[in-house]
Design a protein around this ligand. Sequence first.
Ligand SMILES: *Cc1c(COP(=O)(O)O)cnc(C)c1O
Length: 350
Amino acid sequence: MMTQFRSPSRLRLDGDALVSNWQLLARKSGKASCGAAVKANGYGTDAHGVVMRLAKAGCRDFFVATWGEALALGSLPKGTQLSVLHGVRKEDMAWATGSNARPTLNSVEQVLRWKPTGKPCDVMVDTGMNRLGISPEDVGAGLLGDLNIDTIMSHLASADQAVQQNEDQRAAFAALSGMTSARRMSLANSAGVFLGADFAFDLTRPGLALYGGVPCEAAQGMLRQVAFPEAQILQRASIKAGETVGYNATFTAKAPMEIATLNLGYADGYLRAFSGPDGAAGGTAEGGRMPVIGRVSMDLLAICVDDEPELVAGDWISLDYDLPAASALSGLSQYELLTNLGPRFDRVWT
Ligand SMILES: *Cc1c(COP(=O)(O)O)cnc(C)c1O
């Protein structure tokens, strides 16, 4: 029998927190169904584990970006549906027509490509983001006739801000009601769920908030952290006053101090932005007790363990990764902080 290799870094994933976040978003979605965006491996977590847990909690609609992501998910739980947001390229057709997942058609070209299959699809309409989607004018001109449409969607550009663009997009989207054969309409992402009942339509599509990201002010204090990066101590050392730590010696010990080197670095997504300014501490571990010192390396970083005499090599340390706080500290968006979490972590659901 093969013994399973254990990585010296792991991403602890809190399944109860994930489900509780989805349930909150489902309540906020009112009469609309609440789906789940699981693209980018469930925002860096574990898309398969997310789908299994949310399906059990009652989630029926899942979204990925590409057919590669749909394939990686494998077979889905009974009663659930998967939509592939980037639609269908010519080279996707063989996969797409043999799959139970639906493409979200984004362009005239994609609509014409899919129409002859007669198979179900979703359609993205661009109501002002100018990213992906067909125009409301093309809908009005009858482009979507003869398509077997499950859900017609649009995407909000600025849902995290209180700006007029939200209402403009909502109104443009609402005007499409009854103009197509679509069974459902869907507009809101995470922040959109907090814009009010008018934005929910029939189906919401949160991503970030499921994983504990706080998408807007109205969501503060409501969501639970899901992803907790943890790493093992590889080495513990005592250094003297005046000695420096790490690349370019950006940290100098003011007094004798105890440091521990962890198996974690920027190649795992714990970026150099957590090094903090030269000479000062950056990120922290274990609820603020242990500051990260010096520059974060590719595979390693150092923490101060002055107040932790019992810690030795092999012990596990949890890096503080509350998303709004980590975002404020590093200047990275909460989306980047999640999706940067790399493949070297074991992903462990608790
Ligand atoms: C990523 C994505 C979502 C989810 O957005 P969040 O801001 O993470 O909630 C919803 N819809 C579409 C089309 C997306 O691309």
